[in-house]
Design a binder for this molecule. Structure first.
Ligand code: 5GP
Ligand code: 5GP
Ligand code: 5GP
Length: 209
């Protein structure tokens, strides 16, 4: 260990709905590998403190190294695509997430373990299936915030936090879903604190993608 780390208490696993990233006035760009699946994608696995604050950019001596995750990149392209413009091969997004967030939990999860944990947790959560099982589909329709939250809570056993944004016409929509994960990055937990992000209307659009 190079130096004393700042520590953290738990993680947020943050997943984004691509349709809600893309239908804003800002728009999006598909990665060079093509249009991502019509599924939630990983945004990040973010170390956080119980008081709501969080560490960031913890170790500039340990930058993202693609070679350490070469066995995971095909899975990462499917589950962790970048929709930012200009189009990229996703590595700039993974680099940003490792450098800003992953380095803050490097004493517990090295780079390979960090990306493996995020992939495993996303698969375990299977949010799109949980919503579909409750009749909540990415069909451009409106769904209640409580209905969305209950569907995930019933399937997973833990309360999620929903972040909303607005489509180009100003309609509030389902943008990101936050789930809390224990210190080891292995199991979902009840959130010690909910994030202070993007407020939602009581009825949300779930856009197509
Ligand atoms: P925004 O301003 O879009 O809400 O957040 C910008 C960035 O700040 C996020 O992409 C993330 O890197 C970081 N961030 C925002 N809120 C939180 C939080 O509650 N916990 C952590 N760990 N990072 C956050
Ligand atoms: P954060 O700082 O919030 O963890 O990550 C946001 C940063 O990642 C921004 O600089 C954004 O341009 C970049 N980024 C690249 N691809 C994506 C994407 O698909 N979604 C989001 N939210 N940010 C992305
Ligand atoms: P309550 O604690 O009564 O469920 O919610 C208190 C307030 O927080 C209400 O305005 C409710 O709409 C909002 N709220 C509850 N859950 C969420 C969520 O997951 N995301 C967002 N953005 N707001 C929420």
């Amino acid at each position: 260990l190079a130096c004393a780390s700042q520590g953290y208490d738990f993680f947020y696993l943050v997943q984004q709905w691509p349709g809600s990233y893309c239908d804003t006035t800002q728009g999006c760009c598909y990665p060079t590998t093509g249009k991502p699946a019509s599924d939630f994608g990983i945004h990040g696995l973010w170390p956080n403190y119980d008081d709501g604050s969080y560490p960031s950019n913890c170790d500039s001596n340990n930058p993202f190294d693609l070679s350490q995750v070469s066995d995971l990149t095909s899975q990462m392209q499917v589950s962790w695509p970048s929709l930012a413009c200009p189009s990229s091969d996703d590595t700039s997004f993974w680099t940003h997430e490792w450098d800003k967030h992953g380095t803050c939990s490097e004493s517990v999860l090295d780079e390979h373990a960090y990306f493996q944990a995020a992939l495993d947790l996303k698969a375990q959560a299977n949010i799109l299936q949980a919503l579909e099982n409750a009749g909540i589909q990415a069909d451009g329709g409106l769904y209640s915030l409580t209905g969305i939250k209950n569907a995930i809570q019933d399937a997973l056993g833990y309360e999620p936090w929903i972040e909303c944004n607005k489509d180009a016409s100003g309609q509030s929509q389902l943008y990101q879903i936050y789930l809390c994960v224990d210190y080891y990055g292995s199991s979902f937990i009840e959130c010690p604190v909910f994030p202070n992000v993007g407020s939602c209307a009581s009825n949300l659009e779930f856009p197509t993608f």
